[in-house]
Write a protein that binds this ligand. Structure first.
Ligand code: SF4
Ligand code: SF4
Length: 97
């Protein structure tokens, strides 16, 4: 399974169940859940986390600021891809410590 490039935070109690985030997500990460929040709306939930790019289109279309997409930090390059000069720590200068 590919690693997700992004993730979303959903503030369930702010949601009014309009479904804009579900409709506009380009990679179909979200669906409205069957659960209710305390206002009686169905908030979205994540059904395909591996497809999230963190583009935040869901957050831009949400009229209630109830969802936010964000990029996840890229994983560090494997050490075999480092050139020797990138891995070398410069020698300390001076010596009067
Ligand atoms: S951040 Fe982008 S890809 Fe992720 S759920 Fe929101 S709209 Fe979809
Ligand atoms: S766009 Fe916002 S208010 Fe509408 S369903 Fe998604 S999270 Fe809820």
């Amino acid at each position: 399974m590919p690693k997700p490039k992004g993730a979303v935070t959903i503030i369930i109690e702010r949601c009014k169940g309009c479904g804009f985030c579900v409709e506009f997500c380009p990679t179909k990460v979200l669906e409205l859940s069957n659960a209710f929040n305390s206002k009686g709306y169905h908030p979205p939930h994540v059904v395909a986390p591996e497809k999230c790019s963190g583009c935040d289109l869901c957050g831009m279309v949400c009229p209630d600021f109830a969802i936010f997409g964000y990029k996840l930090p890229a994983t560090a390059a494997p050490s075999s891809e480092l050139r020797p000069e990138e891995a070398t720590v410069p020698a300390a200068q001076g010596g009067n410590s």
